[in-house]
Write a protein that binds this ligand. Sequence first.
Ligand SMILES: C[S@@+](CC[C@H](N)C(=O)[O-])C[C@H]1O[C@@H](n2cnc3c(N)ncnc32)[C@H](O)[C@@H]1O
Length: 247
Amino acid sequence: MPVTEREPVSSRLMRALSRGPQPSAQRFEAPEIYGREAISRIARALPPVERLYANVRFSILRPKLLSVMDLLLPDEGRILDIGCGFGLFAAYFGQTQPERRIVGVDPNARRIAMAERVSEAVGLVGNTFLAGDARDVPLQGTFEGAYVLDVMHHIPEEDQLPMLTRLRDLLAPRGVLVVKDITTVPAFGLEFTRLLDRVMVGWDEPLRYRHHREWGEMLASLGFHVRMVRVPDVLPYPHVVIAATKR
Ligand SMILES: C[S@@+](CC[C@H](N)C(=O)[O-])C[C@H]1O[C@@H](n2cnc3c(N)ncnc32)[C@H](O)[C@@H]1O
């Protein structure tokens, strides 16, 4: 039987070094249930009342909807979460792609404190949160992405375009703004949503929904490249997800 001659360690080492850096082994997986684990970690981090809210919120923004947004958002870099509330989605999108550094903004200081706790409890160290109004809160630098989940219709009508303009200016070139909102068709779906929003915010707060085409035209007028998809649900919410890319 022929004896195979072993190559000396030094020459094997030289050969490996001369090949240069190898592409890192990327694992191509389509994790159907990862989101569920992330969601239950978030729920466990919350006190009982907020946990109930989180469970309701994640049953409205189901994995199908979350996955659409997850794939639209950059998988790393600074990402702005406008109207982050308790930080449920900062904790979610931070877990699905840990290289994201999410900056959450909400005027409600109690929610901001909770958002900090939740992100820490699920092990995310790169997320930060600011109490303030997205229309004028000081924000440093640019962002690779931004998302606004069910917040635009809470902004007074005359402030919606200026707020989108501000978000465009905060994005880096090719940055993406993901807007998830409620479109105005079908009418039954809109009235169902309006009723539930009124229960949450009362009668005095502004609620200004727009047809998805109106949002599209507004974003295009700001120079964005716009794509959108309506995401049907078992509940009659007329969800629309809009991806606006800064040119
Ligand atoms: C329906 S909640 C959505 C919270 C969170 N995005 C989510 O999807 O669970 C609307 C949030 O928008 C916040 N909000 C309202 N006006 C805002 C503004 N001008 N700037 C930033 N956040 C605002 C509210 O405080 C509230 O937390």
